[in-house]
Design a protein around this ligand. Structure first.
Ligand code: AOF
Length: 303
């Protein structure tokens, strides 16, 4: 077992915790070995957070990174890097937690609904990776009491941190924009890892599930004044966690929508047609809405 002098080991009650071991189990998606949470860094598709994490070991060996990222299975991605372990970046022990946290943030930003829902399903329980021998990333069953798991459980603890972050920053700028780490040689195929910005993808996803294509436009300008803008809650989005999302959409929404004061009278009348089907309003000049992401603020609506 890895000597974990730097980190404190904890004891977890398996019955009371959200434990994952196999990827197909209830909380298996929390494992980095889970498929179905694809990522994209510097426009390069990456099949799992495990592959991304392992690739980060070898910033100066693009061929090894390529080998890792070309594997279909996350476990194989880890395995093919093993023969090169002695070429792992020299500061790995110091940066690996940061890198894992960054990988998990990317996993959340790029799999917002699926991963977010999974995190939500753990409520405020302890999250523990049940491992047969790795008591650093996970925790190991106590030989004398199988219901006890002992270990640093670094991955479980990072996941709880991410869960807290998700609960605090839901639909915020910070949720969708993940800055690269400021560590030396944070490279993929010889190029610095770029900021991950999922805002447009998130909006496109919303448009798809709301069936109101082009209803929402994105605008990056940050204006504190929008805090006072009138907002409309669209509550019929078929994802319960979206019910708190404020969106101002003049065409698809309800009574509360005010006509823009600075618009010609005809357009005011159009905007006031309450409950008008989105299809009918398509293409009208009034059909203008947007969502803004503010740094450190919940995502706020405005027109
Ligand atoms: N060792 C282990 C898992 N642990 C995972 O391996 C990753 C770190 O590996 P390493 O770079 O060797 O420290 C990390 O994602 C951790 O959660 N998972 C599994 O399914 N099976 C295993 O046997």
């Amino acid at each position: 077992m890895e000597p974990n002098r730097k980190y404190d080991s904890k004891v977890y009650d398996a019955e009371q915790s959200c434990v994952f071991r196999k990827t197909k189990e209830q909380f298996g998606g929390l494992s980095n070995m889970a498929s179905g949470f694809p990522l994209r860094i510097n426009n390069i598709p990456i099949l799992s957070s495990e592959a991304l994490y392992q690739a980060c070991r070898f910033p100066s060996l693009p061929d090894v990174q390529s080998k890792i990222l070309n594997q279909r299975s996350p476990m194989t991605a880890k395995m093919v890097g093993k023969p090169f372990r002695e070429d792992t970046r020299a500061d790995w022990e110091d940066v690996r937690i940061k890198i894992m946290r960054w990988c998990l943030k990317v996993k959340l930003a790029q799999n917002y609904f699926e991963f977010g829902k999974l995190l939500e399903s753990t409520f405020d329980k302890q999250i523990v990776e049940d491992s047969s021998k790795d008591d650093f990333w996970g925790a190991v069953r106590d030989k004398s009491d199988n219901d006890k798991l002992i270990g640093v459980n670094a991955l479980g603890r990072l996941l709880m941190e991410i869960r807290h972050f998700y609960n605090e920053h839901r639909f915020s700028y910070n949720m969708f924009v993940v800055e690269p780490l400021s560590i030396p040689d944070f490279l993929l195929f010889g190029h610095p890892i770029q900021v991950v910005d999922e805002r447009i993808n998130f909006i496109s996803h919303l448009e798809r599930i709301m069936h109101c294509k082009e209803a929402i436009k994105i605008n990056y300008t940050v204006k504190p004044s929008i805090l006072s803008e009138e907002v409309v809650i669209i509550s019929d989005i078929p994802t319960s966690s979206l019910n708190t999302l404020f969106i101002k959409d003049k065409t698809a929404s309800t009574k509360k929508v005010a006509a823009p004061k600075d618009k010609p009278a005809k357009r005011k009348r159009e905007a006031k047609k309450v409950g008008e089907p989105a299809e009918k309003a398509k293409g009208k000049a009034t059909r203008k809405s947007s969502v803004r992401f503010l740094k450190d603020q919940p995502m706020l609506p405005l027109s």
